[in-house]
Design a protein. Structure first.
Ligand SMILES: C[S@@+](CC[C@H](N)C(=O)[O-])C[C@H]1O[C@@H](n2cnc3c(N)ncnc32)[C@H](O)[C@@H]1O
Length: 218
């Protein structure tokens, strides 16, 4: 990828999105796009190379469910150090700050997602510590770990689940938001909450299921 100035990445995120409200969390404002193709083409033009889908321009059902969960039950994050792994547009991270977390770390590998999280945190006037390193396999003592909609690829899902099991075993509160995607290991999980998210078919083929929040079985 051509080296992009951070300001130009932010500029693109602002150009291809509109400030709006997503399903389930009307108290948050987010920069979102109605469909993925236009933002995807724009990132490839800007980067001068093939890019992954612009997952950051949509608030996914799993992230929305986690956001609603912490806003309705702040005890899970209040006064806690929270990790929002694979934060996308940052919706769960922003909700965790609003719900009283003492520190919230949002991780992403996509430079456009990092800019989107920063844009959305600023819009909602919250401080999120955005990180671009891959934390899979690490343990930095987070009290609560939020994981929204990442069980869409076999290898990623396997790695994430093995890591979450270790965090859970040492006492971290792990919550997974997911509508039941292909690689979600439901046999290792129990559902703790169900939310009816308004489907956005232009983004998501899973439109027939509610979003659920899961935790690891004891
Ligand atoms: C479907 S999106 C979900 C985003 C957000 N959690 C939500 O629910 O709206 C999945 C995200 O995972 C990110 N991702 C994949 N592997 C990652 C990793 N190892 N570390 C951080 N982010 C990762 C992708 O860049 C993508 O933005």
């Amino acid at each position: 990828m051509r080296r992009l100035h951070n300001g130009r990445v932010h500029e693109l995120v602002r150009q291809v999105t509109k400030v709006g409200v997503a399903s389930l969390v009307p108290e948050l404002v987010l920069r979102l796009a109605p469909e993925p193709i236009a933002p995807w083409e724009a990132t490839e033009r800007k980067a001068g190379s093939i890019q992954g889908p612009p997952f950051w321009a949509h608030a996914w059902p799993g992230g929305l469910a986690l956001a609603r969960l912490v806003l309705d039950g702040p005890g899970l994050v209040k006064g806690k150090r929270v990790l929002d792994f694979a934060s996308g547009c940052g919706v769960s991270a922003i909700a965790a700050v609003k719900a009283g977390a003492s520190e919230v770390f949002a991780t992403e590998l996509d430079v456009f997602a990092i800019a989107a999280i920063e844009e959305n945190a600023a819009l909602n006037q919250v401080a999120v510590q955005v990180r671009s390193d891959d934390v899979i396999g690490r343990d930095e003592g987070w009290d609560t770990v939020l994981v929204g909609d990442v069980f869409y690829q076999a290898e990623l899902s396997r790695q994430v689940m093995a890591w979450l099991q270790k965090l859970h075993a040492r006492g971290a509160e792990v919550r997974i938001g997911d509508p039941g995607r292909s690689f979600l290991p439901m046999d290792l999980l129990e559902c703790v909450a169900t939310f009816a998210v308004v489907p956005v078919p232009a983004w998501d083929s899973v439109v027939d299921r509610p979003a659920r929040v899961w935790r690891l079985r004891r």
